[in-house]
Design a protein around this ligand. Sequence first.
Ligand SMILES: [Zn+2]
Length: 470
Amino acid sequence: MAETNTNSSIILHNAVIVTMDPQSRVFRNGGIFIQHDTIKAIGQSSDILRDFSSLAPQIIDLHAQILLPGFINTHVHTSQQLGRGIADDVDLMTWLHGRIWPYESNMTEEDSYISTLLCGIELIHSGVTCFAEAGGQHVSGMARAVELLGLRACLVQSTMDSGEGLPALWTTRTTDDCIQSQKELYKKHHNTADGRIRVWFGIRQIMNSTDRLLLETRDATRELKTGIHMHVAEIPHENQLVMDTRKVDHGTVTYLEKIGFLQNNLLSAHTVWVNSTEIGFLSSTGVKVSHCPASAMRMLGFAPIREMLDAGICVSLGTDGAPSNNRMSIVDEMYLASLINKGREVHRIGTTDPTALPAETVLRMATINGAKSVLWDNEIGSLEAGKKADLVVVNPSLWPMVPVHDCISSLVYCMRTENVVSVMCNGQWIMKDKKILRVNEEDVILEAGGAASDLLKRAGIIIPSIMNIL
Ligand SMILES: [Zn+2]
């Protein structure tokens, strides 16, 4: 028994360690000692080697590569990965009614499984160890994939009990069905896969939710001590509809505050069309916001991220789904978050502000703020003794990053997915030297291609050719 314990111990040393801990410590030549799934010690390489070498059968020299906490993607539709490219350059209504709803309503659990495997592979390549699912149809399919990939996730069922123009399959769902089915999923999957999977409750968006669904979701998650993931204030039409039908003077956030829905377990995705009063509501109730820069630029608009951060709101980063963004890389989102929010200052102050959302803030959004957003910061989001060993090894000696003058700047402004070489989640390597370890990447890619074309055929989705294809 003792031997098993020792064998699962590992030291990584001679690394630039960016801890993202409360003191923002960065070790120029750091070491970390991991036992099973937990970080036991972190510090200067020489100290770690001196104190723990006798306990660790594996001692790995990282040759001055950068070690970071695993990135956390706080808004991703893993079930939409097979729908990458099905809705490029189309208007919002075609996007939703002509492509996404037919796609999602025709998915089987097996499709969801393959889609999540494919998405998970891309997430791991970009250094993600934990994600918050935005809501799909088959949580059991997602859970199977997450367990296999070795990732950590908060899974959510896409939940709607009302709304116009929904696919026939979905219109029969009652409020009771919505709550009951999520309670069952919670019972079945919460805290499974060595504690890597948690089950949250979902609200797709306010236009597809009755007040009863909102309030019963709030109460059920309080009772079960879990989170709620909801798309909030995405487009001006949403706010207008809320004003017209629910009698408030602004939009979704004002209404959610009025009915007492805002609380600190709410992960509010996008949250683009909010005014300063609503930013105040989000801040005072401890709501977390997932900023998805690429998807916002394509579909929604400029979210007031700087104002939210100034108001003390915990803002993290998400990719959204493949049909809204195409790239499921949190590395790309860090770069975009920084650029878009510097450029957005033109609308506020008449000029861009290169000091807005500096590198340190953006890196925090992708790590420790992500952990707070998924209500898991007691165990992940930074490299500290006692936390889970979720980490990323970045090779800065490749063309995208050379030369490195400041590693924090370089990680946000220069790093590409290509620089991410190895990823560990819960103490287990899930990618080593760019090789995904727990599934066969080539097999998944092959299977996903077939499943995607079958699904599109079943859903009757026809994508017109862009050029004169011969
Ligand atoms: Zn979304």
